[in-house]
Structures are given as C-alpha cells and as structure tokens.
Ligand binder design. Sequence first.
Ligand SMILES: *[C@@H]1O[C@H](CO)[C@@H](O)[C@H](O)[C@H]1NC(C)=O
Ligand SMILES: *[C@@H]1O[C@H](CO)[C@@H](O)[C@H](O)[C@H]1NC(C)=O
Ligand SMILES: *[C@@H]1O[C@H](CO)[C@@H](O)[C@H](O)[C@H]1NC(C)=O
Ligand SMILES: *[C@@H]1O[C@H](CO)[C@@H](O)[C@H](O)[C@H]1NC(C)=O
Ligand SMILES: *[C@@H]1O[C@H](CO)[C@@H](O)[C@H](O)[C@H]1NC(C)=O
Ligand SMILES: *[C@@H]1O[C@H](CO)[C@@H](O)[C@H](O)[C@H]1NC(C)=O
Ligand SMILES: *[C@@H]1O[C@H](CO)[C@@H](O)[C@H](O)[C@H]1NC(C)=O
Length: 660
Amino acid sequence: MWLLVAALWLQGVRAEYTLSDRGGLGREFDGIGAVSGGGATSRLLVNYPEPYRTQILDYLFKPNFGASLHIFKVEIGGDAQTTDGTEPSHMHYPDDQNYFRGYEWWLMKEAKKRNPKIKLVGLPWAFPGWIGDGYNWPYYYPDVTAYYVVSWIIGAKQYHDLDIDYVGIWNERAFDAKYIKLLRYTLDKSGLERVRIIASDNLWQPISYRMLRDAELLGAVDVIGAHYPGTYTIEDAVSTGKKLWSSEDYSTYNDEVGGGCWARILNQNYVNGNMTSTISWNLVASYYEQLPFGLEGLMTAKEPWSGNYVVSSPIWATAHTTQFTQPGWFYLRTVGHLEKGGSYVALTDRLGNLTIIIETMSHDHSICIRPPLPKFNVSAQNATFQLDGSFNNLDTLQVWYSKLDVNATKPVLFKKTSTITVKSGSFTLELGVDEIYTLTTLKTGQKGSYPDPPKSQPFPVKYKDDFNIRNPPFSEAPYFADQSGVFEYFTNTSDTGDHVFTFRQVLTQRPITWASDADQAISVIGDHTWSNVTVTCDIYIETPDTGGVFIAARVDQGGSPTHLAKGIYFWVFADGTYKVTGDLIGKIVLLKGQSGVRVRSWHTLTLHVEGFTAYGLLNGNPLWKDVITLGPVRGWAAIGTSSLEFAQFDNFMIEAEVTS
Ligand SMILES: *[C@@H]1O[C@H](CO)[C@@H](O)[C@H](O)[C@H]1NC(C)=O
Ligand SMILES: *[C@@H]1O[C@H](CO)[C@@H](O)[C@H](O)[C@H]1NC(C)=O
Ligand SMILES: *[C@@H]1O[C@H](CO)[C@@H](O)[C@H](O)[C@H]1NC(C)=O
Ligand SMILES: *[C@@H]1O[C@H](CO)[C@@H](O)[C@H](O)[C@H]1NC(C)=O
Ligand SMILES: *[C@@H]1O[C@H](CO)[C@@H](O)[C@H](O)[C@H]1NC(C)=O
Ligand SMILES: *[C@@H]1O[C@H](CO)[C@@H](O)[C@H](O)[C@H]1NC(C)=O
Ligand SMILES: *[C@@H]1O[C@H](CO)[C@@H](O)[C@H](O)[C@H]1NC(C)=O
C-alpha cells in the first residue's frame, strides 16, 4: 500500500482521459469564423498597397497558412452606424439596386479565392429607412424586408458568383417570428432552399422558447446563434435539437490575453455549451484605433498609408483548430475539462483522422471583454490520453504548440514540435499553464509567413484627394471612414468644369438604425492626435433653402456615440449663412454670419485650427477669424452635411502640423 502511494508520488500525479468514438460521436463541427462588419471594421483594409493587402488576406483566409477560417460572416450594409462606421446598402432607395458598393463583396471574393469551401454568412445590423416606411422598425412590412435581404443574396450570386450559405435576422435586436417564416418562404420560392437561417444573433432566449412552441418557426430556423454566451448554453436551446453557434464572440483586444480568451472559448464553447461554431468579432482591426473597440480583430491592419500590419496571437490560436479540422468533421463525445484546469476537445473526419486540441489558459490570461469570467485555477499537470475505438491503432501524432506567455518577450506561437509516439493507444503530456496543443494525424499544417511589413507610420501630415483616381475601384475614397451617412464616388458627366469626379453624400432618409445615429452625415479621416491643422475642401450644396455642409477638425469621436462628437466645425448653408460650432449636432455655436454661399455652386472652404484659435476662409478669402476653440485639443479631420441630403465634395486637402 505505502509502496503504491510512493510509486504514484514519484511518477507525479497523472490524470487519465479516454478519447473514443465507441458508442457514437458528438455533434457535427460547423467551423470557426470571423465577422467583417457591424460595422465598417474592414474599412481601411481595402486601401492597403500590394503586396501587403494580399499578405493580410492570406493570413486570414488561406488554408494551411494562418487563421485559415472556415466561415466568413459579413454585414449586409444598411446605411447606418453599426459600431465603427456605416456600411452602404445595396438599396439606398426603393428603386435602387447596386451590388458594387462597399468592400464586403470584394472581401468575400478574396476569401473564396483562397478557400473555395469557406462558408459565407450575411447579417443585417441596420436597414435603409424606406424598408420601414419611416418607422424605425424592420418588421411592419416583413415582405419588404424579406425581399430586401433575399435580393442581397441573389445579387451576391448574380454579380459576384458568391453562394451565401447562411443568413441572419437583425443583429442583437428583436426578431419577429412572422418575418422569419416569411424569409424562409421567400428564400425557398427564389430557389434558395439551401440557404440556412440563423436566429437570432442575440441571447439564447427568447428565440429558443418561441421555437419550442411554434413548429413552423422551429422548422424555419436552422441554427440558433447566440452572442457572447460565455461558453454556456441553456436547456431550451439544446431541446430544440438545432445547431447551436456562438455567432459572435471574442471582441477582445488582440494581445496575448485576447489570444488566450479566443483559445479558451474555441474549446469550451463546445465542451461547456454544445456550440459547434464560434465566430469572432471582428475579422481584422482595420479601422481607426480610436473608434470604439479598437484593435479587437484577430489581427491588426489599420495603416494602409504605411503598409504596416500586425499578425497577432489570435491568428495562431485560430490555426490550432482551423488547420486541422473542417466543417463536416465530428466532435467526439469524449471531450471535457482537465483535472488541474483547461480543456480538451477531439474531432474526427470519420475517415480515421483525429485532431485533439488542448488549452490550459489561466483565468487572468484569458479574460474576454464579456461576459464576466468566474474565477478558476489552472496549474501544471501531467495528462495521459488513452485512444480508444477506431483510434486505438494510431502510432504517431503531429504536434503543434503555443505558449501565450503574456510577460514573455517572445511567446511561442503555433510551433511544430516533435511528433508524439503513441504506445498501446496511450501517451502522456506534461502541460504547463497558458498553452495550446494540437495533436493530429494530419500532416498538412503550416505556419505561414511573409517578410516583416514596413514599419508603422502616422497618417501623412500632408494629404490630398481630388477623387479623380479611383483605383482600386471601390465606392469609397481611401481613408474616409463614414460615421453617419454614406459618401460615394460620384461622376457628373455633364459637368463642364473641374468637378466631373467628386465625392458625394447620398443618404436622404434616416435609416432603421442600430445605434444612436446622428441626424447629420459625417466622414472622418486622418490622425486622431492631430491638433493644429488646415483642412481645405471644395463643396457643393445640392438642396435649396435647407441644405448645408461642413468641414471639420479635431473631431474627437465616431462610432455609436457619433452624435456626441465635438471638435471645430465650419458650416455653410444654402440660405447664404455660415456657422462655426464646437459639435456635430450644432448646439455649441461659436460664431455665425453671412457667407454668400449659394446652392448648386462650387465654393472652397478652408478651416485652420491652431492652439486655441481657428479661422475660416471662403474661396481663399477670410470669412471669419479669432474663434476661440474650447473643445477637444485633438482629433480627426472630417467632412459632412447638416442633414441627410445630397452634397458634393472635391479637392480635399489636409495639412497637419506635428511637433517632433
Ligand atoms: C509529470 O511527470 C513527470 C515524470 O513522472 C514528473 O517529473 C513531473 O513532476 C510531473 N509534472 C507534474 C506537473 O505533475
Ligand atoms: C451538451 O453538452 C453536455 C455537456 O457536455 C452533454 O452532457 C450533452 O450530452 C450535450 N448535449 C447534446 C445534445 O449535445
Ligand atoms: C486523413 O486525412 C487525409 C487528408 O484529408 C486523407 O488523405 C486520409 O485518407 C485521412 N485518413 C487517414 C486515416 O489518414
Ligand atoms: C484557486 O486556488 C486558490 C489557492 O489555492 C484557492 O484559494 C481558491 O479557492 C481557488 N479558486 C478556485 C475557484 O478554485
Ligand atoms: C506581467 O508582469 C507584471 C510584473 O511582474 C505583472 O504586474 C503583470 O500583472 C503581468 N501581466 C500579466 C497579464 O500577467
Ligand atoms: C452636374 O453638372 C451640371 C453642369 O454643371 C449641373 O447642372 C448639375 O447640377 C450637376 N449635377 C449634380 C448632381 O451635381
Ligand atoms: C499647436 O499650436 C500651438 C500654438 O501655435 C502650439 O503652442 C502647440 O505646441 C502646437 N501643437 C502641436 C501639437 O503642434
């Protein structure tokens, strides 16, 4: 007896875990994915110069290279602010259809180009105003909403040869059972029976409760998608018998703690919560860092002007799963928690391949932004895995290893280490803390790499755009990040002067919003640290009597609180007046007077801000001066309109003064 205890003691404590397909498999795996949108999170990516843009896309989508994502989810642009900006709709107006706006089409094609098997998901956050006929609600006319969403799916195929696999309802907002049924009906009638419906991209309830009591609704929904479920589901959701997804998760600063959060939930969303897909918000942090939730992508690419990007640890945490499984594989039933903390899952292709992913993330190094994470302990441990059932005969496993040591100068990320020999179906690992292991029969993994990108640089201090050169051919001009309204390239072929190619605000009705949108339109650009700056722009008011436009500096915020944005704004109006304000909504009036500006006539505005004063020029001549600026001391430059109205901009120019 004492000898036995002593023997165990000498061996160290060795917990044993059996991995087996005996008695059946667990749930079918649907893939790991990421979201572009909700909103405008990929805005700056499109303007990267080559070869960097291709490299970033490879790190995200290329199989056996980086994150090698299985699922790509995009926002169905709805013309409204949806966190980090607005994304344009394919139907700004009821009689309008255009499937070339924004960058999501392009991104989906780039994803498909790299991985033809990638699954595509579309989800609206907001809708153009006409959908609700003036009401801020998309379900008064459910047939119109279904037509609008199905048109997007048909347009994806018709204009881009993209097959959308899944469609959602309304991101983190109310669902409507009648609408969901009508959406199913409209899809089927359009020959889109294969498109699956995800509902409701919010909490597990009330959708699960409603599905259990409404057979038609139960039939219409294929996947219950919950957001930030904290790795747990609920009984009602399991009772529906449907696939359960964490259809938005992560949203965490992409340092090693973010990587730890992601590694932990990728395993534990299944172990604790039966979820067979986890989707990261967001794909890539390609938006100005000072917008809400800065740097909360799987990697960072927010400097198209320098070409700099950062491949962060969540990319490699993703690779541990994605490179060694595919949608259509099955989880084993034998998954679970490790005795001293951490978790393990195992998946099989049912053709004899086995992939085991183990994570030992400690509490403090794997906290996600939400929900709160209850305390737990993780410590070093020996773990013996016994392979049983059809895996009993395996003799070797490939090993991929990461250690997300937050304080290490160089964490180990997705490193191929020596192969493990399986003896009599068994092997033992000595696991440390904050580690990820993938043990697999597949020999295909690869840690993709490119030479280091150029070093980080601030936004150029001198920048101009005459909107004449439109290459790459996106609808938006480089670096402008719409926070309210939609700004698009515009070509006026009947213009006889210098303004054939302009930049135009095109929204004319308040959208069905997702956030508290401003009534004004605004697009920001530049460097949030800019203090002393000159902004010049040609402007063209199109709306008689009530129209108005502005240029601005030191704009301190965008995103959902855009309507609270302060700064220094120089406005001119169709009625021949001007105004200088300290805020976007025009409440803080610093000065006003007559300008002589006329509607449908080009004028040049110049705003100069330095220290605590500002002055403004109209057509190169002083219009006002010595305005004391009491607002923010730094912020972006911006252009915009005083309401949702057509207006044009041309020959935009900024000159910023930076102290070295
Ligand atoms: C794991 O086992 C080895 C060999 O028996 C032993 O030296 C080591 O202390 C054990 N580690 C832990 C964390 O128990
Ligand atoms: C859900 O997960 C629990 C906990 O792992 C497990 O006991 C149960 O069998 C799972 N149910 C289904 C239907 O997958
Ligand atoms: C494992 O996967 C590879 C690659 O898909 C495949 O060729 C092989 O047949 C599968 N089965 C086994 C037992 O390796
Ligand atoms: C973690 O370990 C500490 C120290 O042994 C202990 O006080 C605490 O209760 C443990 N926490 C949990 C959640 O097990
Ligand atoms: C890193 O080390 C510092 C200093 O020891 C410590 O204060 C900090 O909490 C550590 N960071 C993390 C995330 O553990
Ligand atoms: C296009 O240019 C013509 C000629 O200058 C002008 O009359 C017309 O208003 C312009 N259209 C728009 C939409 O700006
Ligand atoms: C901005 O201009 C003021 C007044 O000329 C000067 O005091 C300040 O240092 C400048 N700030 C920067 C960041 O250049």
